[in-house]
Ligand binder design. Structure first.
Ligand code: COA
Length: 322
């Protein structure tokens, strides 16, 4: 039992939908511009009072149901988020409490849009060492809470959501390999300048919101997503031809298309939910996975390549047999 495999997936999007036509009313933009530059047509926005833990709970219950398990079967929760309900305690501990499965370790991972991929890598290691047997791995964010709705360069891209998987110990993979990375020198290309320790700069109007140098992020994202895919495939003596489905971080349509093109992967083998989800940060990869599992595109035995990329920068790839 020194492998981990996914036995259930779940996703949840808040009810409220914000369309590009809605954004036309708020900022100087056009629906055409947004679609052409990003591929996003609409995104889901958490209602007032609806939190990251609320979204995570819905997605987790769906994943548990798909796995045919009860919450009490779970002995580890790892949750990727950048927008926790509170500074502390973590969302993972509150999720554990709501599900009613106390006792095992539960913690959040902060790797921005790579949060779920980091969480999956960590949970896989717990299972492979025997420290856990069944793990709930979640990516959940209410990223729109840290968006400046006057900034047309960022507010068009992001949405809220949560995705989850249940991992179980297995005799064979499952997860074949995973690779994580980070480089903090890129901090100011994509960040929220405010923080608990550094303080809130009252002189800067947007100090508690996401700031992004979009075109520079774009270039690093495409190069990194291509490089990490090639690295993990080469290390496992595989090629793009062996991948049934690429599930990249749903940053924006142009990043996805450029990544597929550089890898020589037909776009028909890439899961793309950008049009209706936008960029949901840590939720983007598990949400896309869940969509493609539930609509029947992803079948048992398929080889999947999951890829994350986010602020920091952080990045990661997970290669697995579904
Ligand atoms: N509507 C209309 N015009 C807009 C606009 C909007 N929503 N947002 C920006 N513009 C304008 C800019 O002000 C600029 O005008 P100027 O030339 O008069 O100064 C022009 O469009 C081009 O701006 P630029 O930032 O170079 O556009 P772009 O083609 O790079 O597209 C992004 C902007 C944000 C869509 C694009 O850079 C992007 O998607 N980057 C990656 C972001 C990302 O995925 N981040 C998350 C990674 S985890």
């Amino acid at each position: 039992m020194n492998h981990a495999r996914i036995i259930g997936t779940g996703g949840h999007l808040p009810e409220k939908v914000l369309t590009n036509a809605d954004l036309e009313q708020r900022i100087e933009t056009t629906a055409e511009w947004i679609v052409e530059r990003t591929g996003v047509e609409e995104r889901h926005i958490a209602a007032p009072g609806e939190t990251t833990c609320d979204l995570a709970e819905h997605a987790s219950r769906r994943a548990l149901e798909a796995a045919g398990l009860e919450p009490s079967d779970i002995d580890l929760i790892v949750l990727g988020t950048t927008t926790p309900d509170h500074v502390f305690p973590s969302v993972a501990t509150q999720l554990q409490h709501r599900l009613g499965c106390p006792g095992g370790p539960a913690f959040d991972v902060q790797a921005v849009c790579t949060g779920f991929v980091y969480a999956l890598d960590i949970a896989d290691r717990f299972i492979r060492t025997g420290a856990a047997r069944r793990a709930l791995v979640v990516g959940a964010d209410t990223f729109t809470r840290i968006i400046d709705w006057r900034d047309r360069g960022t507010c068009i891209l992001f949405g809220d959501g949560a995705g989850a998987v249940v991992l179980e110990a297995a005799d064979k993979p499952g997860i074949i390999d995973s690779r994580l990375g980070a480089d903090g020198r890129y901090k100011e290309l994509l960040w929220v300048p405010a923080g608990v320790s550094s303080g809130y700069d009252q002189t800067r109007q947007n100090a508690a919101f996401v700031e992004m140098r979009g075109s520079e992020v774009f270039k690093v994202a495409v190069t990194t997503l291509k490089d990490i895919a090639e690295q993990i495939l080469t290390a496992n003596r595989m090629t793009v031809a062996d991948v049934d489905w690429l599930i990249p971080h749903q940053a924006n349509r142009r990043i996805l298309a450029a990544t597929a093109k550089r890898l020589g992967l037909p776009e028909g083998r890439m899961v793309d939910c950008v049009r209706t989800h936008g960029n949901t940060s840590a939720a983007s990869v598990p949400l896309a996975l869940d969509v493609a599992v539930r609509d029947g595109r992803i079948q048992r035995g398929d080889t999947l390549l999951l890829e994350g990329f986010g602020g920091g920068f952080t990045w990661g790839a997970v290669l697995l047999t579904y």
